[in-house]
Design a protein around this ligand. Structure first.
Ligand code: ES4
Ligand code: ZN
Length: 316
């Protein structure tokens, strides 16, 4: 069984033990309020999660740190049977610790190359703008990647506070990113509803990060199917952040039955208590997906990935 994942935030893949190790190595203490226990991050709701995430990320400082996070995540995923990952990487987090974009991507690329050498896994990066840093910053990030960029940077995403910053505000950033040849996806339909997904569909995107609250509007689901938009569903993330109360309430199966092209992602695995292997297990055990359907989820992910065709051709 082969797995693939288009939706995990790189800083959000580092478990508490790795965050502690990086802090120690950098002569820092992990800020108060990051850990609930030595094994568990502490957060109470989505906005608090974003705060905790930024505090934990503040001890990730060096190229070695970014290489190690990338390597450790990909090797762990390879052990679960995964073959391909798109890692959401944040120029804002790199800038906050004084790393240039070039140094940041070179370090992550080294982690990808080392993980490939040891396990055969493949990965690429999606650069992300964080909504709550504003429209101008998002435009700047799109411009910064429009002309020259690391060859492993293949896409553009938008994350952060969806409810406070609707998708259409970021149209200019998306037009720049798409025109420059980056594949585009956007967080929508997670902490805001169908209207946010509808707005997202006016951007030049081929995928939506989450998008699952499209289920609130059947005509919108039909449009997603008709346009072949791929949803990067992260069911355990959605339960953890209370988008849905339980797996029983989650629309994964309904979206699949409506004909939506779905992929699976872990989003921020140690924060939400999940992994890519775990999400495939959840799809099988809680949502009744059969082996053939799970394999088609992986094929959808490879097809919808923003990697170049030569890289994709080696995957399936
Ligand atoms: C996110 Cl800004 C950010 N970081 C990590 N996970 C996220 N989910 C949505 N926005
Ligand atoms: Zn996400």
């Amino acid at each position: 069984m082969k797995l693939a994942e288009l939706h995990a935030h790189l800083e959000g893949t580092a478990p508490p033990a790795l965050i502690q190790k990086l802090a120690d190595r950098n002569g820092l203490s992990v800020p108060d309020g990051v850990f609930e226990t030595p094994e568990k991050f502490k957060w109470v709701d989505f906005l608090d999660f974003l705060r905790t995430y930024d505090l934990a990320a503040s001890v990730i400082r060096t190229q070695q740190d970014y290489r190690d996070i990338t390597y450790e995540y990909l090797v762990a995923c390879a052990a679960e049977g995964s073959i391909y990952h798109e890692l959401i990487v944040s120029p804002d987090h790199a800038a906050a610790v004084g790393l240039s974009d070039e140094a940041h991507y070179e370090a992550i690329a080294q982690g990808i190359d080392d993980a490939r050498a040891d396990t055969g896994i493949e990965a690429r990066m999606l650069v992300v703008a964080i909504r709550n840093f504003g429209v101008e910053r998002a435009v700047q990030i799109a411009r910064d990647h429009a002309e020259e960029r690391h060859p492993y940077v293949v896409g553009f995403n938008l994350a952060g506070d969806e409810a406070g910053y609707p998708p259409a505000q970021f149209r200019e950033a998306y037009e720049i990113a798409a025109a420059s040849g980056l594949g585009c996806t956007v967080h929508a339909g997670e902490h805001a509803g169908a209207e946010s997904v509808r707005e997202a569909l006016t951007l030049p995107i081929t995928r939506i990060s989450h998008g699952v609250r499209a289920i609130e509007d059947p005509a919108l689901v039909a449009e997603i199917v008709e346009r072949g938009i791929v949803l990067e569903a992260c069911p355990t993330s959605n339960i953890a952040t209370r988008v849905f109360d339980s797996y029983e309430e989650h629309p994964l199966r309904k979206l699949h039955e409506a004909g939506v092209n779905l992929t699976l992602g872990s989003d921020d695995p140690p924060y939400f208590g999940c992994s890519i292997g775990g999400e495939y297990a959840v799809a099988r055990e809680r949502f009744g997906f059969e082996e053939g359907e799970l394999q088609s989820i992986t094929r959808t992910a490879v097809r919808a990935s923003f990697a170049d065709d030569a890289a994709k051709a080696t995957l399936l």
